[in-house]
Design a protein around this ligand. Structure first.
Ligand code: 5CA
Length: 436
């Protein structure tokens, strides 16, 4: 992509309304713009990041055996009357009426809708387990939308729902998601720690929040330090095997959100290993048994011919929140430092003298060679080098290839790593293989 043609409205000044660094950087780097309180438009650069996050989420869901569906954003009030949550949900739910005065709502979550889809589609224990997910916009009329996409009113969530014949099966489904979540966040370069959590309006008695530690996080959390550097990606996961040992590894060390905090248990940890911190909730998983299947009659025939209410769980990831969460975890004074897996482009190509035909021809050659994958942002704008360096550092693309007249005389270009700041002078022909 040529920057001279790209819709990328960056800001020099720090927007006054943004209180935390990720919100400031998302506005300054031209990722989003607010259109109403807590509602954002995604601009081209931001959308590329959002799509990359979605892709990782989707790949890990598919690998775990979950199947993708797409449910609508608008739901009928009657659906929610079946579970009893229509009145219980309160003012966070955006209630609307259609032209026939029918009561509708903009979905804050999808337990009811998926339960009906399941109820109509599955009748026998032989068709269990099932796990269905979608990636869809939600609306919650938060009292205090703030921190940009971190606590929005309209936000993108991946939510899935598991259906099992019994508690043991439900536990296996829960464990699959537990492990899939560890992998999902790790692939985005995040250390997300699973912590015992309260279930709130979703209900149930087993729940973990996945928390990224950050001083600006909204949740107070307590955990054993040993969890911070634990690694999941270096091992193969077989989702058909018993995952309880892996879950036990992560849950044997103390980790809890404020609501579930057990002071006495925490104080048993040696003092040097105790971590009381703040964090961002990027995912939340719930096992709630028959909370929805009982009132909504989601019943299958069991092995003995009896009628069984299915055991359910639900599992959420804050896809749009993650964009902010990743920036909170990965930035410096100059701007965003994208982990390669979610970066909007892998390579930034900086032409330091666009009015010089030799420099531009050399850049064009690199752009053609690197650009085939669509992963290069080429700064061909007629601006001074200082402005280009500042913009690229702000945008945070992992690799910068810098081409100027001086280097070119020696047949060289410079390659800079955004994260480490390390610069390397490379022979022109070595640039493409170096970045491959
Ligand atoms: N149905 C369940 C699980 S699918 C559910 O709705 N869970 S939740 O309420 O915990 O939301 C799931 C995730 O969505 C949260 O972990 C959080 O990352 C994200 N989220 C929740 N509210 C907001 C919000 N106002 N803005 C941005 N992200 C949010």
């Amino acid at each position: 992509m040529r920057m001279s043609q790209y819709f990328l409205p960056t800001l020099k000044e720090t927007p006054a309304e943004a209180q935390i660094v990720s919100h400031r950087l998302m506005l300054r780097a031209g990722l989003i713009r607010q259109t109403s309180a807590g509602i954002y438009a995604w601009l081209p650069l931001g959308l590329r990041v959002l799509r990359n996050i979605e892709r990782i989420v989707r790949e890990e869901q598919d690998a775990s055996g979950a199947q993708e569906v797409l449910m609508p954003t608008i739901q009928s009030a009657d659906l929610w009357r079946e579970s009893g949550r229509y009145d219980a949900y309160g003012p966070e739910m955006l209630r609307i009426k259609d032209r026939h005065e029918r009561e509708m709502l903009y979905g804050p979550t999808n337990e009811e809708m998926i339960t009906v889809l399941f109820r109509d589609g599955v009748k026998s224990y032989r068709d269990l387990p099932r796990n269905l997910y979608h990636i869809q916009w939600k609306f919650r009329d938060e009292v205090r939308p703030r921190f940009g996409v971190m606590r929005g009113r309209e936000f993108l969530m991946k939510d899935n729902y598991s259906f099992d014949i019994d508690k043991e099966g439900a536990r296996r489904s829960y464990n699959k998601m537990f492990v899939a979540y560890l992998r999902t966040f790790a692939r985005m370069g995040l250390k997300a720690i699973p912590m015992r959590a309260d279930t709130g309006p979703i209900g149930g008695d087993l729940s973990h929040e996945f928390i990224v530690l950050a001083d600006t996080g909204e949740s107070a959390v307590f955990c054993h330090r040993g969890l911070v550097d634990k690694d999941i990606l270096s091992r193969e996961i077989d989702y058909d095997s018993d995952l309880q040992p892996i879950v036990n590894e992560w849950t044997s060390l103390y980790a809890a959100t404020d609501e579930m905090h057990d002071k006495a248990a925490f104080e048993k940890i040696p003092e040097g290993d105790r971590l009381a911190a703040r964090g961002i909730e990027v995912g939340h998983i719930f096992y709630f048994g028959t909370k929805y299947s009982a009132p909504m009659n989601a019943i299958v025939t069991g092995p003995n011919g009896d009628s069984v209410n299915v055991e359910m769980g639900s599992y959420g990831i804050g896809v749009s929140r993650l964009v902010g969460g990743i920036i909170e975890a990965s930035h410096d004074e100059a701007g965003i430092v994208w982990p390669e897996t979610v970066a909007p482009f892998k390579v930034a190509l900086l032409n330091l003298k666009p009015d010089d035909a030799t420099v531009s021809a050399a850049c064009q050659k690199l752009y053609d060679a690197l650009g085939a994958s669509g992963q290069v942002l080429y700064d061909d704008r007629d601006l001074r080098p200082g402005a280009k360096f500042a913009d690229m550092d702000l945008i945070g693309i992992p690799w910068q290839v810098i081409v100027g007249p001086k280097g070119l005389v020696a047949g060289k270009a410079e390659v800079k790593n955004r994260k480490t700041g390390q610069r390397e002078e490379l022979a022109f022909d070595d640039v493409v293989p170096r970045l491959a």
